[in-house]
Design a protein around this ligand. Structure first.
Ligand code: PLP
Length: 410
């Protein structure tokens, strides 16, 4: 496929190669389907890495977006607007927390949570000035800002970007003993993904989050769960931490919070935790603007009214049933999943990226992540027939050694 702006000779607009792209130029989408500029259809098994759980161009979100665009999109935060109350109430009812700080990207929300935790540590735990530390885990992904890459353990993510954020302790994901050894008087918070998405859909042992909850109680620090990718229905619960029956002190949301139409993220917590903010201590030009609130209100409404959480659980059970037989065959070394979310890990001799490229050519949008893992995270609105069509293709390509001759799946 000719991608004109990537053609040096054409003298077009240039983007640096920050990711390894597939030769596909997409133009529009609807639900779990997207089309390229040549009119070819694809099934979307990525949903913007979980930013489009409600599906592409959801009519209700399109309506909310266009309605609000014509009314009011941006005001300075020193004024109130009429879209805030309904959204905050809905968010509060769904999450069970009384306050939220609205930001834009997930990474911004992560940084906001770290600021909150540090301040909380100085005010409530009495940590000595500039000594506060946050405990994070190997394999984490919390975004790409300077602070967020400082949390990462990945050399690829960190290399030549130092000096990195100080005050970070790291332990192996899922290892409570290691976490326990890092706890101490300078730790203000534990920041953890309930499931590591970018890491390859890594589901921790069942006792991990409850164990972290207990450690945080014991050592007086905040348990902050990054639900940017795992939250909002993906795992068959509204929030992935609900599988563990724990209540974090701070929950970080993003991605599908505005149905893929705007970057909207949030840090939610109880008022007594949020009380450490004071006037002038934090801000964001676009955070919590009228358009974001109107859209996020509707995006949460779609998840509730269309029962997408239950849908993720039901379709997820089907997905897991179909993937389970693959384990140990066709170079599949692990199948990890929770809800409508799966990671299929391959032996290193087989390239997940290569298989994904073949699948994309056959009309299935997938991508590799983590350690040679194919990540599946379709929109939660996907039809079961569409899910099956995509899985048929995936299984066929795994079985025939990657030849994958056959009809497009879409
Ligand atoms: C995607 C992601 C982020 C970063 O979100 P951005 O909007 O890309 O900044 C943070 N945490 C997790 C768990 C994510 O999956």
């Amino acid at each position: 496929m000719n991608i004109p702006w990537r053609n040096d000779a054409a003298g077009g607009v240039h983007m640096p190669d920050l990711v390894e792209t597939y030769p596909v130029v997409l133009s529009h989408g609807q639900g779990a389907r997207v089309w390229d500029v040549n009119g070819r259809a694809y099934l979307d098994f990525l949903a913007g890495y979980g930013a489009v759980n409600q599906g592409h161009a959801h009519p209700r979100l399109v309506a909310a977006m266009t309605r609000q665009v014509k009314r009011l999109t941006m005001i300075p935060r020193v004024f109130h607007h009429d879209q805030a109350a309904a959204f905050y109430q809905r968010l509060s009812r769904i999450t069970g927390y009384g306050q939220a700080v609205l930001m834009n990207s997930g990474a911004e929300a992560v940084e906001t949570a770290i600021k909150l935790a540090r301040r909380w540590g100085y005010v409530h735990k009495g940590i000595a000035k500039d000594r506060a530390e946050v405990l994070v885990f190997d394999g984490n992904f919390h975004g790409r800002t300077l602070a967020a890459v400082g949390l990462s353990a990945s050399p690829k993510v960190r290399r030549h970007f130092g000096p990195h954020l100080p005050g970070v302790q790291r332990a192996s994901y899922g290892d409570l003993d290691a976490a326990s050894r890092r706890m101490g008087p300078t730790i203000c918070a534990v920041l953890v993904e309930a499931v590591q998405g970018q890491g390859g859909v890594v589901v921790p042992p069942a006792d991990f989050l409850p164990g972290l909850r207990a450690l945080c109680d014991q050592h007086q620090c905040l348990l902050m769960v990054d639900e940017v990718q795992a939250g909002l229905g993906r795992t068959g619960h509204f929030f992935a931490f609900q599988h563990s029956q724990i209540r974090p002190d701070v929950v970080i949301l993003g991605k599908s919070l505005a149905g893929g139409m705007l970057p909207v993220s949030a840090v939610v917590a109880d008022p007594k935790v949020m009380a450490v903010w004071d006037v002038g201590s934090h801000g964001s030009t676009f955070g919590g603007n009228p358009l974001a609130c109107a859209l996020a209100y509707e995006a949460l409404g779609v998840i509730e009214d269309e029962r997408l959480v239950q849908r993720a659980a039901d379709l997820g059970a089907h997905l897991q049933q179909r993937l389970a037989p693959l384990l140990g065959k066709h170079g599949v070394t692990a199948v990890r999943s929770l809800g409508l979310w799966a990671g299929i890990q391959l032996v290193t001799q087989r390239s997940a990226r290569e298989l994904c490229a073949r699948l994309v050519a056959q009309g299935l949008l997938v991508d590799a992540t983590g350690q040679n893992t194919i990540r599946l995270s379709p929109p939660l609105v996907i039809e079961q027939s569409q899910l099956d069509a995509g899985l048929d293709r995936l299984i066929a390509i795994l079985q025939d050694g990657g030849n994958g001759k056959g009809a497009r799946c879409s």
